[in-house]
Design a protein around this ligand. Structure first.
Ligand code: GCW
Length: 864
């Protein structure tokens, strides 16, 4: 079964052919399901198949690299890696693994195998073996060429890279095609990535916590140091390589200066060693004050020669230990971070002193444009945070070293559910630019709500800035519009120790989609959603169409109940950026205002009467946003202040649209649950139920959002909902109106996050709240709305006439220890038979600081 090759050198080309001989082991693959490790007999095999049929379970740890469904019978079982590169070798191993085989033997061969084989290598190594190949299709840089050729009696599947990374990317691309059951019998596909920089950023702190991370603690750091076991880092690097990501900055942009301290660099080198075989360059975020804090200098003034020398020395030291180090990311003069303004210097002074230190080593500096004053005067009608990045960086265009890239968030505020493209993209013809995105769903539901962000990102990438003929953002950041040497993408991911990386089983679609878009921003959202679904859940027609449909509708659904018409995400911006907290954005220095009063709502950013923000765009874009009659509805309140009665394109008034959008959005969130349920049995039990649990939670939380926002706008505008829904909940019994034993009414802040403005809390070991059921007898879903704080695990029990119907615990880890929009949670007991006259009672048992709080009960009749 095994052939061991021999090793030779093609003296003519100096090429070494290294073969990894493998054999198909189909039976073995059938047995890789959990719990089926050994199949010594026929009986064991049958048993294993039965087990896999009835409790098929996956954690999601493999993400889109599952290799479950691979039909490989028509493919060769021989893999030959040409050349000495460890990356190419790694690609070959990956292919062997994907094909379901163990390399039974590895060896060296003196010539091409004489039977069908995959052959991998960089162009310069492959070309001598296949001199007939047409040079014009040779990929550049990280690109690849997949090509089938015949040679004498053998057929070869060539994976040719422009460089060694290209070989890796080509390999993953081929494997992913096989996994999607695409025909790979004849291939001739050459691809080059859109941009040079395709990085991810992790906001991990060296203590192991992660800023805006929602999937457990850091995979890189623990307790002030790099983990000694970096197994998970290797797995992450593999995932990144599979989507073409070529750099990873591993620490928070709010950086600890220690990250570049002499004793830390060897630890970074260990991470780089793990990244290297996957073609991922290590980068770190640095703090501008490092020369003082770490270097012991009296200043970090960027034009001080000692400071320059310190950066040079630090860069030299890093490159000594990490020769392929990628570079630095810098956040300066932003949200209290140190920066050049402390010495009256500019961002270009700061960026250049570091960039010059990196330059001799080929490193780059990503300088973030997220610079703004967070002590803005909200009383000043001209004050506008959205203007900040342009106002600050535009005058510096052309003043940066050519290895500096300005990293610009997609919109001018801060990762909101909808923003216009940042005007800065169109304002720096002499400077390289990168776009900054967020896979971690800081303002978009924190991986508890399903939000597939690819359509949102595409909207920015495709937006034409009209600065140099047709100039969509994607073309500018690729460096093509102004022929810049650098450019690209960086996204904040924040994977954690959670086995499935991002906590929500469907959230990984965003990481996958990010890599695919950075590779090729012209891909459609639908194509990406379908690819990801096939690779993650298999090729079943219903699975593919249902999951991709859910993904594609999810952004709009979330927007509908959290912040439509361009108002921004109406979350608690002073807290964890999660649940509703509407007024938190107003009347403070942070500048995320939407300026609602009794007459109207929206930021006036017009040139004529507002902050002038719109003037930062080209004249053609100004024409889209400046006239109220022209501005698209979905950005209306970002650009204009309008009366609530302003009539939209749809014919609805702004305030009625607000009401309708929130009711529709919450209903559609419930619809996601129903769609998912149609897939029962078609997806493994574990991922099915983990996803279902989160979608059900989302449907409940969408109601919290809906009710908070519509009540708030109803109160401030004084305009009733034409459909009479706001404030009328006939199926709801408020806890404060129930018969209370031990429970006492409690105020909830902000008021709009409790139904009726109040809840009840229990100040003793056990309390109860009861009411008489007076409606028609029948089957009801009983929804109990309570607050699940993170400072205790209260217990709840529902009784009908003293018969216990359900018990549950408030054991989620929501981001607050108070009753509010973050913690308000719904527990639904489906299909409870109720007769008129029944008494329903909820018993709550507090725990630690959590007083078993209750908001209301809603009875939803099952009668049609
Ligand atoms: O959106 C804000 C986040 C901060 C973050 C900052 C930034 C790392 O709330 O947590 O800080 O953006 O992007 O620098």
């Amino acid at each position: 079964m095994t052939t061991v090759g021999t090793s030779i050198r093609h003296s003519a080309f100096g090429t070494q052919v290294r073969n990894v001989f493998t054999r198909a082991q189909t039976a073995k693959r059938l047995l890789t399901a959990k719990g089926a490790k050994h199949a010594k007999t026929a009986l064991a095999l049958m048993l294993a198949l039965l087990i896999s049929q009835f409790c098929w379970s996956e954690t999601g740890a493999e993400a889109w690299l599952r290799y479950h469904d691979l039909k490989t019978s028509s493919l060769p079982n021989l893999v030959a890696a040409v050349g000495k590169s460890a990356v190419v070798r790694n690609a070959a191993d990956e292919l062997v693994h994907a094909l379901g085989n163990k390399p039974n033997a590895q060896g060296h061969a003196r010539q091409l195998p004489s039977r069908d084989a995959f052959v991998l290598g960089v162009w310069k190594d492959i070309h001598p073996l296949f001199p007939e190949l047409n040079r014009s299709l040779v990929p550049h840089g990280d690109g690849f060429w997949l090509k089938t050729v015949r040679h004498s009696s053998a057929k070869y599947w060539l994976i040719i890279g422009g460089n060694e990374r290209g070989v890796l990317y080509g390999t993953f691309s081929l494997v992913e095609r096989i996994a999607q059951q695409k025909d790979v019998s004849t291939l001739d596909d050459s691809q080059t990535p859109s941009a040079l920089i395709r990085w991810v950023s992790e906001w991990d702190n060296v203590d192991g916590s992660i800023e805006r991370g929602y999937a457990g603690r850091s995979i890189f750091f623990d307790n002030g140091a790099v983990w000694s076991d970096l197994t998970r880092v290797g797995k992450y690097a593999r995932l990144l390589a599979s989507i073409g990501v070529n750099g990873c900055s591993i620490n928070n942009v709010n950086a600890s200066p220690r990250i570049v301290a002499p004793e830390f660099i060897p630890q970074l080198a260990r991470v780089a060693d793990i990244f290297r075989p996957w073609g991922v360059k290590l980068a770190v975020s640095v703090d501008m004050s490092s020369p003082m804090v770490v270097g012991g200098l009296k200043t970090f003034d960027p034009i001080d020669p000692q400071v320059a020398a310190w950066w040079q020395h630090t860069a030299d030291e890093i490159y000594k230990q990490i020769p392929d180090f990628g570079g630095f990311v810098v956040k300066a003069d932003s949200e209290g971070r140190s920066g050049p303004s402390q010495y009256g210097r500019t961002a270009s002074d700061a960026a250049n002193v570091i960039a010059r230190a990196l330059k001799p080593h080929g490193g780059i500096l990503l300088y973030r444009a997220f610079v703004y004053n967070h002590h803005l005067d909200w009383r000043d009608p001209k004050a506008d945070r959205a203007r900040a990045a342009y106002d600050y960086f535009h005058p510096l265009d052309g003043k940066f070293e050519d290895n500096v890239v300005i990293q610009i968030k997609y919109g001018p505020i801060d990762f909101q559910v909808r923003e216009p493209a940042s005007p800065l993209f169109g304002a720096m013809p002499h400077t390289s630019e990168a776009i900054e995105l967020q896979v971690t769903q800081e303002y978009t539901g924190q991986q508890r709500h399903l939000v597939f962000l690819v359509p949102m990102w595409k909207q920015t990438l495709d937006f034409d800035m009209h600065v140099n003929g047709v100039s969509p953002v994607k073309q500018i950041i690729e460096g093509r519009t102004w022929h810049r040497p650098l450019g690209g993408f960086n996204t904040v991911v924040n994977v954690g120790m959670d086995e499935n990386w991002l906590e929500h089983p469907l959230a990984m679609a965003n990481l996958y989609g990010y890599g695919r878009l950075a590779w090729n921003p012209n891909l459609t959202s639908q194509a990406i959603a379908e690819e990801w679904t096939r690779l993650t859940f298999g090729n079943g027609t219903q699975v593919v169409s249902t999951v991709s449909q859910m993904l594609l509708s999810s952004w709009h659904i979330y927007e509908s109940y959290t912040g439509p018409l361009g108002i921004g995400t109406l979350t608690d911006i002073l807290g964890p950026h999660y649940g509703p907290g509407i007024e938190s954005a107003e009347r403070n220095g942070w500048g995320q205002w939407f300026r609602a009063d009794s007459q109207g709502v929206g930021m006036d950013r017009t040139i004529a009467t507002g902050t002038g923000y719109i003037s930062q765009y080209s004249p053609a874009v100004e024409k889209i946003y400046e006239p109220l009659t022209n501005c698209p509805d979905d950005l209306l309140l970002f650009m204009h202040h309008v009366p609530y009665t302003h009539v939209l394109y749809s014919g609805k008034t702004a305030v009625q649209y607000f009401y309708d959008s929130h009711y529709d959005g919450a209903a559609q969130a419930a619809g996601l649950v129903a769609q998912w349920k149609t897939l029962k049995g078609q997806i493994d039990d574990e991922r099915y139920s983990e996803t279902l649990k989160r979608l059900e939670y989302q449907a409940g939380h969408a109601i919290v959002w809906r009710d908070a926002v519509v009540k708030w706008f109803n109160r401030i505008s004084g305009i009733p909902d034409a459909q009479g829904r706001v404030g009328h909940n006939p199926n709801r019994i408020e806890a404060e109106d129930m018969q209370l034993s031990g429970y006492a009414p409690a105020e909830v802040t902000p008021w709009e996050t409790a139904s009726g403005g109040k809840a009840v809390a229990c100040g003793q070991s056990s309390c109860s709240a009861s009411f008489n059921f007076t409606r028609d007898s029948g089957s009801y879903d009983v929804a109990v709305q309570y607050f699940d704080q993170n400072n205790g695990v209260s217990q709840y029990q529902l009784f009908v006439n003293d018969r216990s119907v359900a018990t549950w615990a408030a054991d989620d880890h929501l981001p607050s220890d108070k009753m509010n929009g973050h913690t308000s949670t719904r527990h639904v007991i489906a299909g409870v038979q109720l007769r008129s006259g029944d008494v329903l009672k909820i018993v709550g048992r507090p725990d630690s600081g959590e007083p078993a709080p209750l908001d209301y009960v809603e009875l939803i009749s099952q009668a049609r």
